[in-house]
Design a protein around this ligand. Structure first.
Ligand code: FAD
Length: 146
C-alpha cells in the first residue's frame, strides 16, 4: 500500500519543530522511528497532510542520570535503552523490556517517545512504565521518561 500524499519537513531544532506543529495543527504528525506511523499511513488508517520528521534534531536521544532521576530523551531508541549502562544500573526493567521489542531493525529505529505517544495498549513500554510508577514509593525519586 502507498500512503496518501503529504508535505514533509525535517526541522533542525526543537523550536523549529514546535513552530511547524503550531502552524499546521492537527494536520501535522511527528515522525520519529516511523515503525508505527508509517505502517498505519500505508494502510491509510492515518493520512496526515504534514509530516514533521524530528529524527535530525540533535540532543533528543540522551539517557542521563541526574541524582535520583534519569532523563530519557524522546528519540532514545529501543537499542540505546537496551544497552544503556545508566539504565542497567539504576532501572534495569527498561533495558529488559527494550531487548524484547520487535526485531533488530525495529529496535534500531524505534524510539521510546514514539512508543509512548503511539500508546498501543499491547506495546511493551507503557505497561512497564506504569509498573514503575506503581512500584516507586517516593515521587521525587522517580526515574522518568521525558
Ligand atoms: C515489525 C514490528 C514489530 C514491533 N514489535 C513491537 C514489540 O514487540 N513491542 C512494542 O512495544 N512495539 C513494537 N513495535 C512498535 C515499535 O516499538 C515502534 O517503534 C514504536 O511503537 C513507535 O516508535 P517510533 O519511534 O517508530 O514512532 P513513530 O512511528 O515515528 O511515531 C508513532 C506515533 O508517535 C508520534 N510521536 C513520535 N515521536 C513523538 C514525540 N517525541 N512526541 C510526540 N509524539 C511523537 C507520531 O506522530 C506517531 O503518531 C513493532 C513495530 C514493528 C514495525
Amino acid at each position: 500500500m502507498i500512503p496518501a500524499a503529504f508535505e514533509y519537513f525535517a526541522p533542525q531544532s526543537v523550536s523549529e519543530a514546535i513552530g511547524l506543529l503550531e502552524k499546521h495543527g492537527d494536520d501535522a504528525k511527528l515522525l520519529a522511528g516511523g515503525h508505527s506511523l508509517l505502517p498505519i499511513m500505508k494502510l491509510r488508517l492515518a493520512q496526515p497532510k504534514v509530516i514533521v520528521d524530528i529524527g535530525r534534531i540533535g540532543g533528543l536521544d540522551g539517557i542521563k542520570a541526574d541524582g535520583q532521576k534519569i532523563a530519557i530523551g524522546a528519540l532514545a531508541t529501543h537499542d540505546a535503552i537496551e544497552h544503556s549502562a545508566v539504565l542497567k544500573a539504576q532501572c534495569p526493567l527498561l533495558p529488559e523490556v527494550a531487548a524484547v521489542i520487535g526485531d533488530m531493525q525495529v529496535r534500531n529505529r524505534g524510539t521510546i517517545g514514539g512508543s509512548m505517544a503511539h500508546a498501543d495498549p499491547a506495546a511493551d513500554y507503557p505497561a512497564a512504565i506504569l509498573a514503575l510508577d506503581v512500584l516507586r514509593g517516593d515521587a521525587h525519586d522517580r526515574p522518568q521518561a521525558q
